[in-house]
Write a protein that binds this ligand. Sequence first.
Ligand code: TPP
Ligand code: SF4
Length: 286
Amino acid sequence: MANINTHVQSVADIKSKVNPVWCPGCGDFGVLSAIYRACLTMDLDLKNTVIVSGIGCSGRLPIFTKCYGFHGVHGRVLPTATGIKLANPNLEVIAVGGDGDGLAIGGGHFPHAARRNVDMTYIMMDNSTYGLTKGQGSPTTSPDFHLKALPYGVQEENLNPVALSLAYDVSFVARAFSGAIDQMTDLFIKAIKHKGFSFVHSISPCTVFNDTYKYYRERIVNIPEEHDVHNKKSALDLWQVKGKVYLGVFFESGREDLGSTLKNLSQSVQSKSGKGSIDKLFDQFI
Ligand SMILES: Cc1ncc(C[n+]2csc(CCOP(=O)(O)OP(=O)(O)O)c2C)c(N)n1
Ligand code: SF4
């Protein structure tokens, strides 16, 4: 692999031989297209780029690229991505998965990824349903949505991924929409460039079980240019505006990422105590 040029010249260079099996109009096509364009624009080296996924329609994404991929267990995308990045900090790690994957079975991992602040990007492909298992309600199904599998709607309130990520103190928070691919590409690029854990809530409608394109087109607006991305309170205010769904960067902080913290710690311990070894460690217990 070392002598092969794995930098891409066109989107065709990033596409694998496997064609996406998603239904016509599925928002996941938009996310995939934005990932292709982000890889191309950033001139990412495919052999150093890993896309980790959960289980679901969204979880199929890595196989449609020539990047390295890891299609893991349902709900475990963030621990897997964390392990990959900490084991090899030279890799660009992008985690993708559905709202069910990330907020139902995997919901317990999100706050821990946020507090660890490992330098990786998490793209949540939110269709507010469990697409792969035929359209059940998910943690982000709003009482406004009318799913075929739920003729009386949902009786519970929905979680809001942006509000959660702000509360968890994720160091980069943005929202994108599959119907606005140029903007989604730009947000993915910003998220990948951010040094730390970056989260892009990517609204990606399921045309078969929960077609929310019209719902969102009637409500989406861009975050005003004057919004200060370093002001958490302003970001929280934007989330709470009724009847509007804001797109863009909500929040960004320069908090040190875990990889850098561990590297600095290791250097400071070594400068005080010298380079460690397994023998030296065992000797302490003799
Ligand atoms: C441990 C485990 N529990 C349940 C399932 C069944 N299952 C497969 S995909 C899925 C939910 C998919 O919804 P989401 O994560 O939102 O992804 P989407 O298909 O909508 O992209 C479930 C419950 C599973 N595969 N593994
Ligand atoms: S079932 Fe929904 S989420 Fe799954 S591929 Fe089809 S449109 Fe996309």
